[in-house]
Design a protein around this ligand. Structure first.
Ligand SMILES: Nc1nc2c(ncn2[C@@H]2O[C@H](COP(=O)(O)OP(=O)(O)OP(=O)(O)O)[C@@H](O)[C@H]2O)c(=O)[nH]1
Ligand SMILES: *[C@@H]1O[C@H](CO)[C@@H](O)[C@H](O)[C@H]1NC(C)=O
Ligand SMILES: *[C@@H]1O[C@H](CO)[C@@H](O)[C@H](O)[C@H]1NC(C)=O
Ligand SMILES: *[C@@H]1O[C@H](CO)[C@@H](O)[C@H](O)[C@H]1NC(C)=O
Ligand SMILES: [Mg+2]
Length: 497
């Protein structure tokens, strides 16, 4: 097994263990995981640190690897050149690549396939290499270790790859140290300019390429399938007479893409990309009101038999974001459109927008967890706990549940290049498996989707994926109505709410 697959296997194991860890809270391992991941989660949530790589540079850098995605861990202009800042973010992350920039226009640095651990030892790493990218060169320069063994020195002061020593002395100057394990001309590597203007470190995550056969079947056959799915949705009727629309509740961490999902579905039925619900990235939830969105089909003449309920995002803190009592009130139909959430207080029974005696049509018929595929492995134990508690509450109410895995384009470069790779992507398949294990749902309940993030025009494959998810939501809502029909008890329990 290669190290990179070992690494991805380990992160997979890590995610599986998360669900176990909740039950074995005595294990110090839990704290270990928290220590490793929490700074990352916090920095992800608090600030959106952006890569300085241009599209062209990123392309050249990626060409040095197989199918990988890069996850930015450290950026000197944000986190400082102090090596403590570097080690805090980059130690124990598995394969990483350092990306240094200088005024001469060179992008250069080193890749190591093993952990930084500050052991002060020379580490054997036959996969390590130095590289350099410039506008002038079509292909990047790539230099491997000459003895085929020595990779780098795992010191306390930054990254020392043979001759080049990055981030030493807490400064932006690259030091040249004696040694002949890597040979190159300084002019070619860095244009003899050792003063950095920026320095970044990325975790290199293996996506594992494409599967030979898809892990889930889908008909991509253009418009015929899209029309078929749209017709199914337009003609859907809840199996209960008093209900005209299936109410689907979207819950998930801040920034997972709940509001974007509604916008995307709305776009599909409007025929062009729209943005009715506010979306974006912020530290805390951007959506603070409870919103119920109806979607109009056929040039706004008829509302679809579907209401998407958008909520405030879940946050880790005890009294921050949506809480479990809020979810319960929403499930039972007490919370009305435009209810203003108070992040530090649960829904108040005498507040504005509280419906005292909801009927079946006001209740939630299907709950959809919305999770960001890129951040899933970094979900903190607290968030996993919160999700588990919410899930328990929803199970009690007997409401069927699905999972939307968003941002699959960002998670896997093969999917970003071609969305029809989604059911062929090793990475996405593994993600859906991890999610199903972590939340305790079956893998078939996990639906990967992508919103309209880059394009202005509709794309039929994006549409088909989104519509497939909606059809699944309607089917699950129906199973809920089925249940009500079956149990007379449940029906009366309903009326007594
Ligand atoms: N690349 C990509 N970006 C996405 C996708 N879905 C959502 N995003 C982006 O993710 C960010 C957050 O999306 P929102 O829809 O605002 O998230 P939310 O869950 O409503 O968040 P809160 O309301 O803040 O709790 C936005 O910048 C979206 O554009 C996707 O499928 N692909
Ligand atoms: C770098 O900064 C740290 C923290 O302030 C300090 O302990 C260390 O001695 C510094 N190293 C050098 C080489 O200046
Ligand atoms: C940086 O530290 C090295 C030893 O780690 C030392 O030899 C060198 O002189 C220092 N350089 C500067 C500019 O302080
Ligand atoms: C999808 O995400 C992008 C940002 O990544 C945002 O600008 C856009 O409005 C979103 N699309 C929809 C339809 O919500
Ligand atoms: Mg939102």
């Amino acid at each position: 097994m290669s190290l990179s697959t070992l690494h991805s296997f380990c992160s997979f194991l890590g995610a599986c263990l998360y669900s176990e860890v909740r039950f074995i809270s005595m294990m110090g391992f839990c704290y270990y995981l928290l220590l490793v991941f929490l700074p990352q989660v916090l920095s992800d949530i608090m600030s959106v640190v952006k890569s300085s790589l241009s599209v062209e540079q990123e392309k050249k850098l990626l060409s040095l690897f197989g199918h990988v995605r890069l996850h930015l861990l450290y950026k000197a202009s944000v986190h400082s050149y102090m090596h403590s800042a570097f080690h805090n973010r980059c130690d124990g992350q598995g394969p990483t690549v350092l990306v240094a920039y200088n005024k001469a226009g060179f992008v250069f640095g080193g890749y190591i396939s093993k952990n930084y651990a500050q052991t002060n030892q020379a580490i054997n790493d036959d996969k390590a290499f130095l590289y350099s990218i410039t506008d002038q060169r079509e292909k990047p320069l790539r230099v491997s270790s000459t003895d085929g063994q020595y990779g780098f020195t795992d010191g306390k002061n930054g990254l020392n790859v043979g001759v080049l020593w990055f981030l030493n002395n807490n400064t932006s100057t690259v030091q040249i140290v004696a040694g002949n394990s890597y040979t190159f001309e300084g002019e070619e590597m860095h244009g003899n300019d050792l003063q950095l203007t920026e320095c970044e470190v990325y975790r290199v995550e293996d996506c594992g390429g494409l599967l030979k056969t898809p892990w889930r079947e889908i008909d991509w056959e253009g418009y015929s399938n899209k029309e078929r799915l749209m017709d199914y949705i337009k003609n859907y009727k809840p199996e209960v007479k008093s209900v005209f629309q299936a109410r689907v509740l979207l819950v998930g961490p801040v920034g997972a893409g709940k509001s974007s999902f509604f916008n995307s579905i709305n776009s599909v039925f409007k025929g062009h990309v729209t943005g009715q619900a506010n979306t974006g990235s912020a530290g805390t939830s951007l959506t603070t009101q409870f919103r119920t969105y109806s979607i109009k089909a056929d040039q706004g003449r008829k509302a679809l038999p579907l209401v998407l309920c958008d909520t405030m995002g879940l946050e880790e803190g005890h009294s921050a974001g949506l809480d479990i009592d809020d979810v319960n009130s929403i499930l039972k139909g007490h919370v009305q459109d435009r209810y203003q959430f108070n992040p530090s207080m649960s829904v108040q029974t005498d507040g504005v927008g509280f419906c005292k005696s909801p009927s079946l049509k006001d209740t939630i018929h299907c709950v959809v967890y919305v999770l960001d595929a890129c951040k899933f492995t970094l979900l903190s134990a607290k968030m996993v706990d919160k999700l588990a508690a919410i899930r328990k509450g929803i199970n009690k109410q007997g409401v069927p549940q699905l999972v939307l895995l968003t941002k699959v384009d960002e998670a896997c470069p093969l999917v970003r290049d071609d969305l029809t790779n989604i059911y062929l992507s090793h990475y996405i398949e593994r993600m859906t498996r991890e999610v199903s294990v972590c939340l305790g749902v079956s893998q078939s309940c996990v639906l990967p989707v992508k919103n309209y993030s880059r394009e202005l025009e509709l794309d039929v494959h994006t549409d088909i994926l989104l519509l497939t998810a909606v059809v699944q939501m309607l089917r699950y809502s129906n199973s809920y109505f089925d249940d009500i029909y079956q149990g007379g008890d449940q029906k009366s329990e309903w009326l007594g709410l």
